[in-house]
Design a binder for this molecule. Structure first.
Ligand code: ZN
Ligand code: ZN
Length: 349
């Protein structure tokens, strides 16, 4: 039986200090963080009128039918990059989906708004049973109501979201939604826990609700190790803070797309170079690049983030195992490699 509760448990490598406030403060009901992105409506308009968009080509060829293992247990974890920020993580006998979107548009309506350019790399009907869904924030390319409804009907998973996002999940049974502040955890069946983690981002879904819902990354923590999902984020010192408290993850899912123009995007989105710096800050775990090639959300073209990441990977002498640029739908199996507890002490900053 799956159960959830917000707990303040620490990993062996660093027990979060409940006294150490590393999260939001509220002003007039809106979430703020010390490294808050400062771009506003004027900047948005300036970008809209000076755009130099890259090239995109639409190809919605569906992937072939597939059968994934129903469960993956113990000291391994299987990761399937579906596309954009949607990733399936299978471990500890549980299946967890990040920021699921199968819709044709990342938008409140399906007749306008950012269009999908690549089909999801796994057909929805080929998903194994989904136990938990983590959603990093309420932007439409991450919190897609149509997909949430479909998951609710066909899988009835637990939804784990940052604070004040429950209101964006109408039709989901309330007892299966857990809202977390940064560093808080939800237990999955006593074996796995999901922890909300800092991200440098913002939120908005309607005209007047900017930053009224919180945002986060997530850790999926197993006794043997953990997987880090960064959500949407700009570069900041939070990657160092995460490593200092939790140690180096066994895999980091890091966004690389929608990073241009830099003057507008850099506080909110990692560039490929930023992602490699974030990986260094996290202690150089293997990384999977996400958030590219699916929705046209910045001025970078469809292949530009991946082309630049390949170049940066080569310049740093990194291989394809260390920096995984997955095909849409590609899966890999990893082994947890427990680090000695002392390692995180070296990582403290
Ligand atoms: Zn976002
Ligand atoms: Zn996004």
């Amino acid at each position: 039986m799956l159960w959830l509760a917000a707990l303040a448990l620490g990993a062996c490598t660093g027990r979060p200090d409940p006294e150490a406030h590393d999260s939001f403060y509220l002003i007039d009901g809106r979430f703020h963080t010390p490294d808050q992105p400062q771009k506003g409506v004027t900047d948005l308009l300036r970008w809209r009128f000076t755009r130099e968009p890259g090239d995109w080509e639409r190809d919605l060829t569906p992937p072939p039918p597939r059968t994934l293992p129903e469960r993956v247990a113990d000291d391994t974890f299987k990761v399937t990059f579906i596309n954009h920020a949607t990733v399936l993580v299978q471990t500890g006998g549980r299946n967890i989906l990040t920021d699921p979107i199968w819709s044709d548009r990342a938008s409140p309506v399906q007749w306008a708004g950012p269009l999908r350019y690549r089909a999801p790399g796994l057909r929805f009907e080929d998903l194994p049973p989904i136990d938990a869904v983590v959603i990093s924030h309420n932007h439409y390319d991450h919190l897609d109501t149509l997909t949430v409804h479909r998951l609710e009907q066909e899988h009835a998973p637990h939804f784990i979201v940052p604070l004040n996002n429950k209101r964006h999940l109408p039709g989901v049974e309330e007892e299966r939604v857990t809202e977390l502040d940064w560093w808080e955890t939800a237990m999955l069946d006593g074996e796995l826990r999901v922890r909300a983690l800092p991200a440098r981002h913002w939120s908005r879904r309607g005209l007047a609700d900017q930053n009224r819902s919180f945002w986060s990354g997530f850790g999926v923590e197993h006794d043997q190790g953990w997987v880090f999902f960064a959500g949407d984020t700009g570069y900041g010192d939070h990657f160092l803070r995460i490593r200092a408290r939790l140690g180096t993850p066994d895999l980091a899912l890091l966004p690389i797309g929608a990073y241009k123009p830099r003057w507008f995007m850099k506080e909110n989105h990692l560039s490929p170079e930023d992602a490699l710096q974030a990986r260094d800050d996290l202690g150089k775990p293997p990384m999977l690049a996400i958030h590219f090639g699916t929705f046209d959300l910045g001025d970078d073209g469809q292949t530009e983030p991946v082309d630049n990441l390949r170049m940066a990977r080569r310049e740093r002498g990194l291989d394809e195992e260390s920096v995984w640029i997955g095909d849409h739908g590609e899966s890999r199996l990893f082994l947890f490699q427990p680090a000695p507890c002392s390692e995180s002490e070296d990582a403290s900053h």
